[in-house]
Write a protein that binds this ligand. Structure first.
Ligand code: 26Q
Length: 831
């Protein structure tokens, strides 16, 4: 498939000596005009908003490509160690404003555009979000790439180029509707197709032994149905440092050989049908952020990513080092983003043994020293398992290898704990039972040199529960890497006014050195600074209110407290608890209680997995309560509730700067980390939250006087199970009883009787895993404290400043520095 190089290589040399492009705004805009009128062939600026965006992006892309080539050439020349971040999801959002921020100041471009009557904001608005992820895990991968490039680390992302990203969410009659997100339809100026690096990936067929030239018995994988994986590269620019890293996304296509037998038999359509099957693999992102267990197409996606990426990496290795793998483990690291890319373990073994002739022990020494695994969940339903029969049918050679890994591993277990057959069964990578399963998390743990959770509590729970047996065997493998988010996108780019204000007092170094934000602490006592801070917050609230008006038709008053919960809809995240609080406030207002009530605007947003009925029902409840509350003239002055449709990265860029109160209210022990909590904190929101995930570390950094804490902790949650009695709690709590009564009498669903019965039952269920009723009282009390605190604007603004000042730990630069210091050991590659 490789295209032929030109024979006269002097031509290539000629390109590397092109003069650098000017960064002056005028010359960027000149290039933009050339792309618009000559390359895209358009003439009227005002009739072609999308083409304006594309040609402007192309002008910036040129400037990135120069730096990109240089960076990659320097990595090759230095032959430094590299890390590959393997992930089924990269939730990149928009690229243009990020590219402009990271490359250079943008003011001169803004001026040059204005001379043409164009506004930068209108242009950037044209870009479609790259929504190639579900939520936290996918966005984390995107923040990590930004930090790796900013820290000048040789890290490359590998993922899938889904034709359709995360579905678009519409709300009809209060219900979620899903629409396909064909984000590539109008083209993507940020990707470069690399046909020349396409690779073949095998599926199906079977394995057979054979004897090679040297008389060794080996195995080959035959009669497979192959597909072609074609890479598309996206540039990842670091913050003003000349580094541009790569995100390589695979698209599946058919190989060019049609099935000749079928073709000759006249089955043209069947032969072409096979082409379709191949193209289906990367057609769509699975929209579940917990589980969609056992779907064959999902396993095909996972293997395509693993196989294509590893072949690509090994090709590059062989081009540089020949077939000598003695230094491979010193020079390469694979970070697995959850178990989704864990096929990489048996696939690396297969490639090293079957394709490169290594023996088992040498291949295992390489694999087990290069792979590292990050876990993102404790929820049992989210742990990946594949039926052995499907796995073997689709990936027969990999199943052989998984069995061999397991046999050798169990031998090690029985050496350590002789005769403990219980433990062997518990730890086996293959789960026995009527339908045998491959436990992907165990495979990842066994093969990895490092296993990490994503916040202190989460990592501790992994060691004490999910992976306890493994922790006893290999305590040193286990570690924590508390998540972080990039301050470039989540402050500098999305909150320019706050960034300017911060920079005016402490300088701009905080953008790449977030702990410097601590220097803001004394300014919390400075009345003038507080006034400026509040003015910025009010302006950001106005921007958010405009979005809510446009997308929900609900009017938010910027003087009210903006109380916000945006994240995937999940029972463990307890959007339901939030709604119960809104109903409680509504009830109090209806009872005529007005004294000391703080005007409040509550915003909830997020997508439910299309098959998750309870989550969809919760969305309906939010919308039903919203229409009652907002339409009631006796409450709507003081209380508003809106459900924001189609929550996505670009919406969060407007939401988090405008938030006063950040809802982080999951049942303790269930949210691995959370990352939205960090974005809100940086932008000066106060958190109302449980002792869960990274909330605990946020509380530690900011102090309990600047955080609204409530609820059971993780130990208490486990201790209460077995004697939890929600009916008794409801009976003893007047406020909760009244809220339940409003729900149960159908006040919010007069025309659709019974639709909320499953929700009511879940609250009253003694086996409710999320313990909604248990935390109701302390949640209401914490909300009450927040509301009172908000009435004292000066005090609130003080706390807001202190939250930003304490948020330095939650930069993904710190997280990546931790990964690098303790796992990857990559050199800094200043350009
Ligand atoms: C699994 C099997 C089949 C199809 C889909 C999936 C699947 C896809 C996505 C399972 C899980 C996910 C995503 C999980 C996720 O986003 N977890 C979140 O990760 C964040 C980053 O570490 C944490 O902050 C959150 O706490 C965690 O919920």
């Amino acid at each position: 498939m490789n295209s032929k190089p030109f024979t006269r290589s002097k031509t290539t040399h000629a390109f590397s000596t092109l003069p650098p492009l000017s960064m002056d705004g005028k010359s960027v805009v000149e290039d933009f005009r050339r792309y618009f009128s000559r390359t895209l062939g358009r003439s009227e600026l005002n009739e072609a908003a999308y083409h304006v965006y594309t040609s402007f992006a192309m002008a910036w892309r040129d400037r990135i490509v120069e730096r990109w080539k240089k960076t990659q050439a320097s990595y090759d020349a230095e032959d430094s160690k590299r890390t590959y971040y393997l992930s089924l999801e990269f939730l990149m959002g928009r690229a243009l404003s990020n590219a402009m921020l990271n490359l250079e100041e943008t003011s001169s471009t803004t001026d040059a555009l204005q001379k043409l009557g164009l506004f930068l904001e209108e242009i950037t608005e044209q870009e479609h979000d790259a929504g190639l992820g579900n939520g936290g895990l996918g966005r984390l991968a995107a923040c990590f790439l930004d930090s790796c490039a900013t820290l000048q680390l040789p890290v490359m992302g590998y993922g899938l180029r889904y034709e359709y990203g995360m579905f678009r969410q519409k709300i009809e009659n209060g219900y979620q509707m899903e629409e396909p997100d064909h984000w590539l339809r109008i083209g993507n100026p940020w990707e470069i197709e690399r046909q020349e690096f396409a690779v073949r990936v095998k599926f199906g067929g079977h394995t057979e032994p054979y004897t090679d030239d040297q008389g060794n018995t080996r195995v080959r994988w035959v009669h497979s149905h192959d597909v072609l994986a074609v890479p598309y590269d996206m540039p990842i620019p670091g913050y003003r440092n000349g580094t541009v890293n790569t995100l390589r996304l695979w698209k599946s296509t058919a190989t060019d050989e049609f099935d000749l037998d079928e073709f000759n038999a006249g089955s043209y359509a069947e032969a072409v049908g096979e082409k379709n099957d191949a193209e289906h693999i990367t057609m769509v992102l699975y929209p579940n952020d917990a589980s969609e267990n056992g779907k064959e197409l999902r396993l095909r996606q996972q293997y395509l990513l693993a196989s294509a990426s590893l072949q690509d990496i090994l090709r590059h290795w062989v081009a540089q080092h020949g077939n000598d793998f003695s230094q491979f483990a010193e020079k390469n690291c694979f970070q697995l983003n959850d178990t989704h890319p864990t096929c990489s373990v048996p696939e690396l073994m297969r490639l090293l043994i079957d394709e490169h002739g290594l023996n088992w022990d040498d291949a295992w020494a390489i694999t087990s020293r290069t792979v590292a695994y990050t876990n993102h969940t404790l929820l049992p339903e989210a742990l990946e398992r594949w039926s052995v029969s499907m796995f073997g049918r689709l990936l027969p050679r990999l199943l052989d290898i998984v069995y061999e890994i397991n046999a050798r591993f169990l031998a090690e277990v029985s050496l350590r704990w002789p005769g403990d057959s219980d433990r062997q069964q518990r730890m086996s990578i293959i789960e026995e039972g009527p339908e045998k399963q491959v436990r992907m998390a165990y495979l990842a743990v066994v093969a990895s040199m490092s296993v990490n959770g994503v916040a202190e509590l989460h990592s501790r729970l992994l060691q004490q529960h999910l992976f306890h047996d493994f922790y006893e065997l290999w305590p040193n493998k286990f570690n924590n890497k508390t998540n972080g988010v990039t301050p470039r996108r989540w402050m500098a780019s999305s909150n320019p006014e706050l960034s300017k204000l911060i920079t005016s007092v402490i300088g701009s170094d905080w953008i790449t050195d977030m702990p410097q934000l601590r220097k803001l602490t004394p300014y919390a006592d400075d009345a003038k600074f507080r006034a400026q801070w509040r003015a910025v917050k009010q302006a950001n609230k106005a921007r958010l209110a405009a979005l809510v008006q446009k997308d929900c038709g609900v009017t938010f008053d910027v003087d009210a407290i903006f109380d916000i919960q945006v994240k995937r809809i999940h029972e463990y995240k307890r959007q339901l608890l939030n709604v119960l609080h809104v109903i409680h406030l509504y009830d109090r207002l209806k009872r005529g209680e007005r004294d000391g009530i703080t005007p409040r605007c509550v915003l909830i947003g997020g997508k439910a997995a299309p098959g998750y009925q309870m989550a969809k029902r919760i969305i309906k409840l939010v919308n039903s309560v919203a229409s009652v509350v907002n339409d009631d003239p006796s409450t709507s002055e003081l209380l508003k509730l809106a459900f924001l449709p189609d929550y996505r990265v670009s919406a969060m860029e407007i939401i988090c700067p405008g938030a006063d109160l950040s809802e982080q209210i999951s049942t303790a022990g269930k949210e691995a980390s959370g990352t939205g909590n960090m974005k809100f904190m940086m932008n000066g929101a106060m958190t109302i939250g449980t002792l869960d995930g990274a909330n605990i570390e946020i509380l530690e950094e900011v102090g309990s006087e600047n955080f609204f804490l409530f609820g059971l902790n993780a130990e208490e949650v486990e201790a209460i199970r077995g004697h939890y009695n929600p009916d008794a709690i409801i009976e003893q709590d007047d406020d909760l009883a009244r809220v339940m009564h409003l729900l149960e009498c159908g006040h919010f669903n007069l025309f659709e009787p019974g639709i909320f019965d499953p929700i009511i039952q879940s609250i009253r269920n003694p086996h409710d895993p999320w313990l909604t009723a248990a935390d109701f009282r302390s949640y209401i009390d914490a909300q009450h404290s927040a509301a009172s605190a908000y009435l004292d604007h000066d005090h609130w603004t003080r706390m807001s400043i202190l939250n930003t000042a304490a948020s330095g730990k939650f930069s993904s630069d710190r997280t990546i520095a931790d990964y690098n210091r303790e796992i990857w050991h990559l050199p800094n590659m200043a350009q």
